[in-house]
Design a protein around this ligand. Structure first.
Ligand code: ADP
Ligand code: MG
Length: 295
């Protein structure tokens, strides 16, 4: 009701100069300091609303004189505005990251990977390593949960409002080669260098072409001490030359990535294989169970 009256008054005078619309008689005494004023002032500054900030108290006083109380209302409005903006930013970050699946650290069964320190992973989820431009390399066999952990850390970074990009090594190299051929490599490199966190999933035992290996090296070196990179791989670091080819390039890549690095050594069994749902027992064995298992 109070808001209808307030906004109505402002709407009627939409064309009028702000000064005139909100003018208060000069004789009006100073408004009392109210609980929540400090918080409201901080929100208005965060929202970049200097006129609100400059005028809301005098306006509140004027409207209070009429028996209305817009200040409490404005506080709630400003809080709602901030929460909504933050939610939208997180949503945008998650959408732009292009995660291949929705995974969270909360659904990760750490008991299945005893070599992985849960506390260390949750410490990483606080994203302080990103502020320090440190890297993470998750090493382990297929199906151990490397991608799950990488997405979980990526989601945690999005929740903090940080820009995140997710890609696989194969598609990244494909994209880089394509961009080079289509003359927009620099633009792509700039985008890749700009992420606070870039996740390169599945650096696997597939030898790269010389051009592909060099382009991947460029990405890693352009991000060196500027942003964090998470790499997941089934290859121990000593075997990376199988992917990058020349020893010289391999050590250049390794040096840059491991200068400030957290190694997540993931040992155990293939999770999906060991935790699959057994097919329902059927008397006739019509194949439905087998199909479910294969999914
Ligand atoms: P990797 O990348 O190491 O090959 P993924 O992360 O793709 O393995 O894991 C395969 C599937 O198994 C995914 O659906 C993942 O969510 C699930 N998974 C793997 N490990 C775990 C775990 N410890 N707890 C819960 N789910 C897991
Ligand atoms: Mg994977």
């Amino acid at each position: 009701m109070a808001y209808a009256k307030l906004s109505g008054a402002l709407l009627v005078r939409k064309g009028a100069p702000v000064q005139e619309a909100v003018s208060v008689p000069r004789a009006a005494p100073e408004p009392p300091v109210r609980e929540g004023d400090g918080l409201l002032a901080r929100h208005l500054k965060s929202l970049n609303l200097p006129t609100f900030l400059a005028q809301y108290q005098r306006l509140a006083h004027q409207y209070a004189a009429e028996g209305l109380d817009p200040s409490g209302y404005l506080l709630r409005l400003a809080e709602a505005e901030l929460i909504e903006r933050e939610r939208q930013l997180i949503e945008r970050r998650i959408k732009h990251a292009r995660f291949p699946a929705a995974k969270s650290l909360d659904t990760f069964d750490f008991e299945a990977v005893p070599s992985l320190d849960k506390n260390r992973v949750f410490e990483l989820a606080r994203c302080e390593y990103i502020a320090r431009q440190e890297n993470v390399i998750a090493i382990g066999k297929l199906g151990i949960g490397k991608t799950h952990i990488a997405i979980g850390l990526g989601m945690a970074a999005c929740q903090k409002g940080l820009s995140v990009g997710f890609t696989t090594a194969t598609s990244l190299i494909h994209e880089l080669l394509e961009a080079r051929d289509e003359q927009h490599l620099v633009r792509l490199q700039r985008r890749l260098a700009g992420y606070k966190l870039l996740i390169i999933d599945e650096l696997a035992y597939v030898p790269l072409s010389t051009a592909g290996a060099e382009l991947l090296f460029d990405v890693i070196s352009q991000r060196y001490e500027r942003g964090s990179t998470i790499i997941t791989t089934n290859l121990p670091l000593e075997e990376w030359s199988k992917v990058f080819g020349s020893e010289q390039l391999t050590s250049a890549v390794r040096d840059r990535l491991t200068h400030h690095v957290h190694i997540l050594d993931m040992q155990g069994e293939n999770y999906r294989f060991h935790h699959r749902t057994p097919p329902p027992a059927t008397h006739h064995g019509n194949g439905a169970g087998r199909q479910k298992q294969a999914e």
